[in-house]
Write a protein of this length. Structure first.
Lengths: 115, 106
């Protein structure tokens, strides 16, 4: 069955770079796109960006300058890197299949930005 | 960017009630809209895709409708397990979520 699982550090210092991994199983990254979505504590959801099945990417214009999404198809992994982290980047980070109609989600990984 | 306004922010209703949640876009989104349910501590769950298509496994008491800028999620008979926050999501351009409607039991 299809599964996605996020992993990464729970704590990042301000101004540092966040690196997260989404490991997928039961689906091929060469025929599926994967999005990253985040949710600050007690707040709503924000679409961050997508990596398409052809390896192309699109990003939320509000964070585009700080965000990079890449993948390793041989390992079935999608990577998120975001630099210049601030406290407002504290959030649960999810990966999900597709760019819309997200039918499969990871459990999420909580990232706290604090010194 | 397209703004999505959900109303009301909080809705209290009784078991068995017919419940209607609204989502209004700042411009025409051509029915490119999904609805998600999120329970506390869980990832969101897809309920309705492309405005009015029920996702596999979702109870038939959930339905969606709308066009242009105005969209609605309806629960025909509220059940206790429907207590959650509901989000609309437009993917017509520059994808955005609404701020959510928190559904509570009265």
């Amino acid at each position: 069955q299809v599964q996605l699982k996020e992993s990464g550090p729970g704590l990042v210092q301000p101004s540092q770079t966040l690196s997260l991994t989404c490991t997928v199983s039961g689906l091929s990254l060469t025929s599926n796109s994967v999005s990253w979505i985040r949710q600050p504590p007690g707040k709503g959801l924000e679409w961050m960006g997508v990596i398409w099945s052809n390896g192309g990417t699109d990003y939320n214009s509000a964070i585009k300058s700080r965000l990079s999404i890449s993948r390793d198809t041989s390992k079935s992994q999608v990577f998120l890197k975001m630099n210049s982290l601030q406290t407002e980047d504290t959030a649960m980070y999810f990966c999900a299949r597709s760019y819309y109609s997200f039918d499969y989600w990871g459990q999420g990984v909580m990232v706290t930005v604090s010194s | 960017d397209i703004q999505m306004t959900q109303s009301p922010p909080v809705l209290s209703a009784s078991v068995g009630d017919r419940v209607t949640l609204s989502c209004k876009a700042s411009q025409n989104i051509n029915k490119n809209l999904d609805w998600y349910q999120q329970k506390h501590g869980e990832a969101p769950k897809l309920l309705i895709y492309y405005t009015n298509n029920l996702q596999t496994g979702i109870p038939s008491r959930f339905s969606g409708s709308g066009s242009g800028t105005d969209y609605t999620l309806t629960i025909s008979s509220l059940q206790p397990e429907d207590v959650a926050t509901y989000y609309c999501y437009q993917y017509n351009s520059g994808p955005t979520f609404g701020a959510g409607t928190k559904l509570e039991l009265k």
